[in-house]
Design a protein around this ligand. Structure first.
Ligand code: HEC
Ligand code: HEC
Ligand code: HEC
Ligand code: HEC
Length: 375
């Protein structure tokens, strides 16, 4: 007669298991109007830990604004992008960069100690481009990074290769063949957060020069197809959802952080964070296209993906599970030299330091309108 209570106990437990209940305290934050279900639920036992901040090496260096030395571009031999810094600022930045990118390897990760001016170590060539990229993000993409800004640490966090990056998945490009997964149905694939959705939405949305917002948008705008209207396929839709899974996962939020789910496409019901993300998509595209891809021939084979492209940036590279990277902690406050572009650029600067294209299409207007919701 012991069986009955056991069965009862099992049956009683079943609904709990089926409902995937997570016991324990939750933090609840409302992100939209009451009754719209726009809330963020955070399981306290599952929250990401505190962010590491860089070591103390450069914090002890106090610059005397009246005694910063000569312009680095004149003092040193081969300074191509930081020529507007004074030598004292320049030296402090080198120490900081080492702390941010290669604290274990030291200066020699980028330099031949016999000849600091030499560009023979590939990482120095990469780092030069990275400095241009960081400045461009801080200056041209304030619509996204605000005054918080980014430094090398935002992505690198003390290691030469950031923890989160992506490369084109050759399988995702295969369209034919019985054995092809067509870039989806791989529960191990992190970008789709263990779902069956496409796991490389990045090549289409944050790499190609082709303005892809039309493909991200899949909802119809009229009841019936109109002549000349582009039709979204099921595959387009899956791709959008795969990308959105990456958004949520990278920021540690759910869909209602940006959308009112009664209509995902409707900008007027969306939060300001969706508009910020709209700029984010373009910022990431700019970084990948104009700074990382041009380095393809500089990287050794061990730093290229299976399709031969370098490791690139997505939302997770900076955000790492937080809605604001490092909880919104600003490091450019200490390094204003990374938040300005040289006024008179030295001749050797490549054209990519020029201002990034600013959004001009109607979506930008819509996006801005969201920041100040109009009814
Ligand atoms: C992550 C890569 C990286 C690390 C680490 C690094 N540097 Fe540099 N260094 C660079 C780059 C890039 C330049 C060239 C900057 C430019 O062209 O504007 C440079 C240039 C220099 C120059 C100017 C050389 C010349 O005459 O042209 C000096 C001096 C220098 N670094 C010192 C240091 C010291 C000291 C350290 C360690 C505390 C260090 N660097 C760590 C990337 C790095
Ligand atoms: C937005 C993110 C981001 C920022 C900001 C950033 N990097 Fe990078 N960095 C990357 C990615 C992604 C790679 C590619 C990893 C690879 O293939 O090595 C990379 C690669 C590098 C490498 C080559 C490392 C190697 O071992 O191959 C160096 C050196 C480097 N970055 C230096 C810097 C410096 C210096 C700064 C700040 C001035 C900086 N990065 C800022 C994302 C970033
Ligand atoms: C951090 C903000 C953010 C989060 C979180 C987010 N989205 Fe989005 N979503 C956007 C942005 C921005 C666009 C518009 C992209 C464009 O048009 O350029 C968009 C577009 C969409 C679209 C296409 C709408 C149309 O016009 O057809 C769908 C569908 C969508 N999201 C679903 C989701 C789902 C499902 C989730 C949760 C898994 C999610 N989103 C999470 C920012 C977000
Ligand atoms: C180069 C680093 C970097 C990358 C890459 C990046 N972001 Fe951000 N993002 C930031 C910074 C820094 C902030 C904080 C700005 C501030 O203080 O308001 C931010 C803020 C945001 C916010 C506002 C959060 C809030 O609580 O108000 C959203 C939403 C967001 N990012 C979405 C995205 C999405 C989506 C992507 C990928 C398409 C992305 N970000 C890629 C650096 C980045």
């Amino acid at each position: 007669m012991t069986r009955a209570p056991l069965t009862t106990a099992l049956l009683a437990g079943l609904p709990l298991a089926l409902a995937a209940c997570e016991v324990g305290p939750k933090d609840i934050q409302q992100t939209g109007h009451r009754g719209t279900g726009m809330v963020q639920l955070a399981d306290r036992s599952n929250l990401p830990g505190p962010d590491r901040i860089p070591g103390e090496t450069y914090r002890d260096i106090v610059l005397d604004p009246n005694n910063l030395g000569e312009p680095a571009g004149e003092f040193y031999e081969n300074v191509q992008v930081l020529g507007d810094l004074k030598t004292e600022e320049f030296n402090r930045l080198m120490i900081a960069i080492t702390e941010w990118v290669s604290p274990e390897q030291g200066c020699n990760y980028c330099h031949n100690p016999e000849n600091m001016a030499s560009d023979e170590v590939y990482t120095k060539v990469v780092a030069r481009k990275m400095i241009q990229m960081t400045r461009a993000i801080n200056v041209n993409w304030k619509d996204h990074v605000k005054d918080t800004g980014v430094t090398c640490w935002t992505c690198h966090r003390g290691q030469p290769v950031p923890a989160h990056y992506w490369t084109t998945d050759p399988e995702s490009m295969a369209r034919m063949g019985m054995r092809s997964r067509r870039g989806q149905n791989n529960p191990d694939a992190m970008p789709a957060v263990y779902s069956s959705l496409p796991y490389d939405p990045f090549t289409a949305y944050i790499l190609e020069k082709d303005p892809s917002e039309r493909r991200i948008r899949v909802s119809g705008t009229s009841a019936y197809p109109m002549p000349g209207m582009r039709r979204a396929t099921l595959m387009d839709t899956e791709m959008t959802y795969g990308f959105m899974m990456h958004f949520s996962d990278s920021l540690g939020v759910n869909c209602t952080f940006c959308h009112n789910t009664h209509s995902f496409s409707d900008w007027s019901g969306s939060t300001a964070q969706r508009a910020i993300s709209w700029y984010g998509i373009r910022m990431v595209r700019d970084a990948n296209e104009n700074y990382i891809t041009p380095l393809t021939s500089v990287f050794p084979a061990s730093r290229l993906g299976p399709a031969g492209d370098p490791f690139k940036i997505n939302c997770a590279t900076c955000h790492q599970g937080k809605n604001k990277p490092m909880g919104g902690y600003s490091m450019i406050r200490e390094f204003p030299e990374l938040a300005r572009l040289p006024v008179a650029a030295p001749a050797a600067v490549t054209p990519t330091t020029a201002a990034a294209p600013q959004p001009t299409d109607s979506a930008a207007t819509a996006a801005v309108a969201v920041a100040t919701p109009a009814g």
